[in-house]
Design a protein around this ligand. Structure first.
Ligand SMILES: Nc1ncnc2c1ncn2[C@@H]1O[C@H](COP(=O)(O)OP(=O)(O)O)[C@@H](O)[C@H]1O
Ligand SMILES: [Mg+2]
Length: 326
């Protein structure tokens, strides 16, 4: 069953240079008890998507489409009700822990504050729960009186996990939870978050440009390019046999393959290339690619891909029926 159902989401920012369409026609599902990784290069619109789900974007934004969480349209909820959804029903780990935490409040107090605000707990009860949360994320509770600057990057990320999961939300949105960490700490944090999410029977939208982390913990993956979803499917399938030329190029950039970055530059959001947005960088470019905007094709096994190569192949070597979404 789907916990979160996003339909045709359009997010654009009004800027001096014109509208920046950071998310265009995004339709995605997060099922119950699954980890969905949203992957793509920096600047492709991942954070915008995560924040749009909780209506946390700046005022210069226009959001259209549907965001259904357990059947309720979050875009239609009054702000007062939305405040109850944030944290309690959908938790969020924002991209930069040192900017998200209050430097003059102890770690223990910051976690306790969540219980005081959302669950009306008394001081003592809130502190007790905060201590339990610290234990859960592997921090010695005797460190509860310390301040953010006394914690390492990995430890701060653990604090963020404790805060994101404090109210046991059904869905956790984790935006680049392993960014800036060394490889060993990265794995520990990825395993910690996925372990807790699975233990709680929750779901997670893991936003990351780190493909190794996504491959390690995600059940399904969605690949974003220039504000659009270009491929979705089971994570194992996407990583072992990527279909979209962009996904292929992205996987080529993994350290094991020599860290070759995707050739070419990400396109402008103000005036994206006509036709397929990826065509100027694509090594499989065909004549039709600059002229025709590809649809998100549904292939066998729940796989989706937005590429004209597969529209051509429909019915012959792909050997299956293909349906289209616009
Ligand atoms: N508040 C904003 N105003 C104008 N443009 C924005 C704003 N926030 C993000 N953008 C633009 O939206 C695009 C996507 O950004 P973002 O969602 O942060 O990408 P990612 O998380 O994948 O790195 C970028 O071009 C970025 O400059
Ligand atoms: Mg981001």
């Amino acid at each position: 069953m789907s916990l979160l159902l996003v339909e045709d989401l359009e997010v654009s920012f009004r800027t001096t240079w014109g509208p920046v369409k950071a998310n265009e026609g995004i339709s995605l599902v997060v099922k119950e008890r699954e980890i969905l990784a949203l992957i793509g290069e920096t600047g492709c619109g991942k954070t915008t998507f995560g924040k749009a789900l909780l209506r946390l974007l700046s005022r210069n934004v226009k959001i259209e489409g549907k965001i259904l969480f357990l059947g309720r349209d979050l875009l239609a909820l009054p702000e007062k009700e939305m405040r109850l959804v944030r944290g309690k029903e959908i938790g969020i780990l924002l991209q930069n822990p040192s900017l998200s935490l209050n430097p003059v409040l102890s770690i223990g107090d910051q976690i306790a504050e969540i219980y005081r605000c959302h669950e009306n707990c008394g001081k003592k009860e809130a502190k007790k729960k905060a201590g339990e949360m610290l234990v859960l994320v592997g921090i010695d509770p005797s460190r509860k009186s310390e301040y953010p600057h006394q914690f390492s990057g990995g430890m701060l990320q653990r604090v963020m996990v404790a805060m994101g999961l404090a109210l046991r939300p059904g869905l956790l949105i984790a935006d680049e939870p392993t960014k800036g960490l060394d490889p060993q700490t990265k794995q520990q944090i990825a395993d910690l978050i996925s372990g807790l999410v699975r233990q709680e029977g929750s779901s997670m939208l893991l936003i990351t440009h780190d493909l190794e982390v996504a491959e390690r913990i995600a059940d399904r993956a969605a690949v974003m390019y220039a504000g659009e979803i270009v491929e979705t499917g089971e994570a194992g399938e996407i990583f072992s046999s990527p279909k979209h030329p962009y996904t292929r190029a992205l996987l080529e950039s993994l350290p094991g393959k020599g860290l070759r970055s995707v050739p070419g530059q990400s396109p402008s959001f103000v005036s994206p290339p006509p036709g397929c947005r990826y065509h100027p960088r694509c090594e499989f470019r065909m004549e039709a690619c600059p002229k025709t905007r590809p649809r998100l094709l549904e292939l066998e096994g729940g796989r989706q891909v937005r590429c004209l190569l597969y529209e051509k192949k429909t019915g012959d070597e792909k050997g299956g029926k293909t349906r289209c979404r616009s």
